[in-house]
Design a protein around this ligand. Structure first.
Ligand SMILES: Cc1ncc(COP(=O)(O)O)c(C=O)c1O
Length: 403
């Protein structure tokens, strides 16, 4: 009689995990208020109010709301005056937007490997990648795990580089008790549907620098400076990247729940770390003790096939899913292998053919991931994840023939 569900045994669970986005009547009320006000865009109060509240939430002085996380990164690069021929240091383990925005400014992405078992930029390798063309560092707080902001600020200060944090996945994340996105020159967030704070689409750029704020504001709003502008010398260059009042109303409503939800996900994440840490073959992500709170946009770990008698990651995932656990992986290809980098689309002549980041290549092959909605589950949901993993390990012989 097989034990594993993939072979016809009883699955660990059949109930689904919490779905996303969560629905709340307060969101509908906020939305209706906008409808009834007739102020759906420019001139409304929700966009500036959300910019203020979210900046405060992350510990930054200023916020400029935009229509997506991609726009936020693009505008931050433009405000940092990154342009043709400049180099921007970034992580190869990220979503394509991080790299596409660099190309959109006609700059060159320079990839630095991730640290072993962390999915995050290896700060100890950044300085050797700096050249006289380097203009900015664009680290990614992937899945909400904060990158080493002490190291990053030290290097960017020392070399006079702009630090642009990609916080698209890191709402609520904190480094030494202070929100990510408030450490660098700019912090860029996304409010796209899957994100921990979402409005379908949307983004924000945070900064602590008044002049950078005004430049960012002008870039996102057709060259117009903010009403209370102090710097009159801003070029009236800019497009329309504005957020609507609809988006801001939903975001304001959902922001009231973000603190509690972030703590809930973080607690589940650490609970899973504790248990996975006891299971040979599942390596938990190394979290720096200075990363005082993770945004937990997802849960990440590393699969060690050898400890599972040589079965492939794909086979393990299939078996877990049959047990009722919605586990997967994130990026399977380092960004320097993205086909758009070969297309010469933005006039760059880039060749990464012989370029390798060994640690990133390893995690692309062996990473495991749960999305954030799984971390919204209760204690029993988390227990089922561990039970299913232990069950597979105990019965791994049942999986060996097909590997
Ligand atoms: C790491 C990262 N950067 C940037 C973005 C871009 O955000 P958006 O989809 O809102 O444009 C995303 C979105 O998924 C992301 O995950």
């Amino acid at each position: 009689m097989p034990n594993l569900a993939i072979n016809g045994g009883e699955p660990t669970r059949t109930e689904s995990f919490p779905s996303w986005p969560t629905l709340d009547p307060a969101d509908i009320e906020a939305f209706e208020n906008i409808y009834n006000s007739g102020r759906w865009g420019v001139g409304g109060t929700n966009v500036p109010e959300f910019a203020k509240q979210f900046a405060e939430f992350q510990g930054a002085k200023y916020g400029v709301c935009v229509n997506s996380g991609t726009s936020a990164l693009y505008i931050a690069l433009k405000a940092a005056e990154v342009g043709p021929g400049d180099e921007v240091i970034t992580s190869p383990y990220t979503f394509q937007a991080t790299v596409v925005v660099i190309l959109m400014t006609h700059a060159v992405p320079v990839f630095v490997d991730t640290a072993p078992d962390s999915f995050l930029l290896d700060v100890s390798k950044i300085e050797e990648a700096i050249t006289e063309k380097t203009k900015a560092i664009l680290p990614v707080h992937i899945a909400g795990y904060p990158a080493d902001l002490d190291g990053l600020t030290e290097i960017s200060d020392k070399h006079n580089l702009k630090l642009i944090e990609d916080c698209a996945q890191a709402h609520g994340a904190e480094w030494r008790g202070k929100g990510v996105g408030s450490w660098g020159d700019f912090g860029c967030f996304s409010f796209q549907s899957s994100k921990n704070l979402c409005a379908g689409e949307g983004g924000i750029i945070l900064t602590n620098d008044r002049e950078l704020y005004e430049r960012t504001y002008a870039l996102h709003n057709c060259g117009r400076t903010p009403p209370e502008a102090e710097f009159g010398n801003i070029e009236p260059f800019g497009g329309n990247f504005r957020m609507t009042e609809w988006q801001a109303s939903i975001l304001l409503s959902r922001l009231t729940r973000l603190e509690e939800e972030t703590n809930h996900r973080h607690m589940n994440m650490r609970w899973l770390d504790g248990w996975f840490g006891e299971i040979p073959g599942i390596k938990v992500t190394r979290i720096d003790p200075r990363a005082t709170r993770c945004g937990s946009h997802g849960y990440k770990a590393i699969f060690d096939s050898e400890e599972f008698e040589g079965i492939s990651r794909a086979r393990f995932l299939e078996a877990m899913r049959a047990e009722g656990i919605p586990i997967g992986y994130w990026y399977t290809t380092p960004m320097y292998r993205a086909t758009f980098l070969k297309s010469n689309l933005f006039g760059q002549n880039l060749d990464y053919n012989d370029f390798h980041c060994p640690e990133t290549e390893k995690i692309c092959q062996s990473g495991l991931a749960f999305s954030q909605n799984v971390l919204m589950g209760n204690v029993r949901d988390m227990e089922d994840i561990i039970k299913a993993t232990m069950k597979i390990r105990r019965n791994v012989n049942e999986l060996k023939d097909d590997t």
